[in-house]
Design a protein around this ligand. Structure first.
Ligand code: CA
Length: 134
């Protein structure tokens, strides 16, 4: 199953994302802090897309993004931000994010962006690999 990591400290928003990921056929890997997200990615190296909230209790989403990109150029990264200012988008681009979702967002927008990014980062390859095991 295609895996998506969701890093969000607000439980209600995280649950909303998880429900919609599952509905769209993804396996959801959850994290509530930046450090937890980095650990989860080590445990699940087959995650194709990571959704990163910006405002977090420990290291912020941009820092998490930089950390991921230092070792992984392949994974798709979507920043989840409550701030829609252009400057935040520029900062996000410089840290290596692929896309943005501004809160509040609809389930349709969320899954459309994940689907599109998953195709771009080679989600199809992951499907092929799973077929080999059958
Ligand atoms: Ca937050």
């Amino acid at each position: 199953m295609k895996k998506v990591l969701i890093l969000e400290d607000e439980v209600s928003i995280r649950s909303f994302v998880v429900i919609n990921l599952k509905r769209a056929g993804y396996e959801a890997i959850e994290a509530g802090t930046g450090m937890e997200a980095l650990e989860q990615l080590k445990n699940h190296p087959d995650v194709g897309v990571a959704i990163l909230d910006v405002m977090l209790p420990d290291i912020d989403g941009f820092e998490v993004c930089r950390n991921i990109r230092a070792t992984d150029k392949q994974i798709g990264i979507i920043m989840l931000t409550a701030r829609s200012q252009e400057m935040d988008k520029v900062t996000g681009l410089m840290t290596g994010a692929d896309d943005y979702i501004t809160k509040p967002f609809s389930p349709a927008e969320l899954t459309a962006r994940i689907d599109a990014l998953y195709r771009r980062v080679g989600g199809d390859q992951a499907v092929d690999l799973s077929l080999i095991h059958i």
